[in-house]
Design a protein. Sequence first.
Length: 456
Amino acid sequence: MPARTSKSTEKPPPFDPASTGTLNPSDTLKLLALPDTDLPQPPKDLGLEALHRATVVQLPLGVGYATREGQFIWCNEAFEMMLGLAPGEYRDRTIAELTHKDDAQANDELQRDLWAGRIKSYSIEKRYVKRDGGELWVRVSAAMVRTSEGNPVCSVGFLEDISARKKMEEEIERVQKALVDASRLAGMAEVATNVLHNVGNVLNSVNVSASVLAEKLKSSKGARLGEVAALLRRHRDDLPGFMARDPRAAKIPDYLAALAAQLAGEREAMLKELEELRGHLDHIKETVTMQQTYARRCGVVEEVAVVDLVEDALRMNSGALTRHRVAVQRDFLDTPRITTDKHKVLQILVNLLRNAKYACDESSAPEKLVRIRIEQVLDEVWISVIDNGVGIDPEVMPRLFTHGFTTRKSGHGFGLHGAALAATELGGSLTAHSEGVGRGATFRLCLPLPRRGGTP
Ligand SMILES: Nc1ncnc2c1ncn2[C@@H]1O[C@H](COP(=O)(O)OP(=O)(O)OP(=O)(O)O)[C@@H](O)[C@H]1O
Ligand SMILES: [Mg+2]
């Protein structure tokens, strides 16, 4: 986590840049006593030293004064305790020495701006290194101490220990990442589940084809040919006599001709069935290969036709869509190519199509329809999945993309959350729209198109 900074660029009063601002404690105390203001004056018996102690020394914030070179001039007890320094040990240290090396440059630049008068004050969240080597996250608010003429004397920094908050932020970041990973895995599982669904469906068709073939073979008239052959074999020694005398022999030519015609028909039907079987097997092979391609290519950015991605996503959902009698309409107004992580886009589209299928399934609309629209709008491609399903209650709309939000009994509420994150990672966005309950829904994935003559 890098240092966070903010600065006030309001110009400080003019000063003499040649002034290096050497400070001794009594000058500091004089300045801190605010002699020329109309603030309530300290009680008479409270000397300047006591006033200083009462304000700065005992402040629960760390306070440190430093020279232009960053050498500490004076620090309060809270400062020493925060950094685990022995009393007075700060005198041998500079700001740069105590600052974590990763935050040193940012801090150094701010100190230089402050001393050069480019900024009036700054605030930075940075790490100090404690005496025992441990890190301490602090927010430092720093400003200049100036003479009444505006000349810089020293810089003053107020340190607030923010390590507890930082720890919490890190924890939140860790949990967030774990959620993202879980969503992504859920997305992958979604893709894999769809592949299995599809393969399962096609295997059903394979089974049907195989049974039809077996049935055809069983009932084939081809077996009767054996009977004719056996009859002829029995009269092998006097075939001319058999042909001339036996009434069965006279029927043989016609019988053989009819059988030949029948066998040709059977053969044709079986070839057709075999062709279908091969088609089903190819479909399985294709689906598995596609899944492997996506699994392997996860994280790889490549050029791809948007239409191909949409078709792949449809293929992965085709089983479920057909089974639930959901018609698919393709409105491909444009057919651009984009440079993207195919797997992420597929994960999003598979989720959207699955959700659309569920929405249609739960609706009482007689004609269930999912439309996919691809259009090019300025420098983006919009892929919209539009269904005429149950629609979305405007009340739940704000929670739609929240991790864990689901209205389905078997839902997880991971799909849209993961899809929206993936869309952002691709430099795009995912939005939802619905006219309300019973009025269908539109989910739109916007992805950047490659810039003319360059990558997106
Ligand atoms: N096309 C849609 N039409 C109507 N409601 C939808 C649609 N898509 C999503 N929703 C609503 O948004 C909720 C969250 O969707 P999301 O995909 O994140 O989770 P899910 O589908 O419930 O579960 P899963 O994690 O298994 O995908 C759904 O439960 C549903 O209420
Ligand atoms: Mg879902």
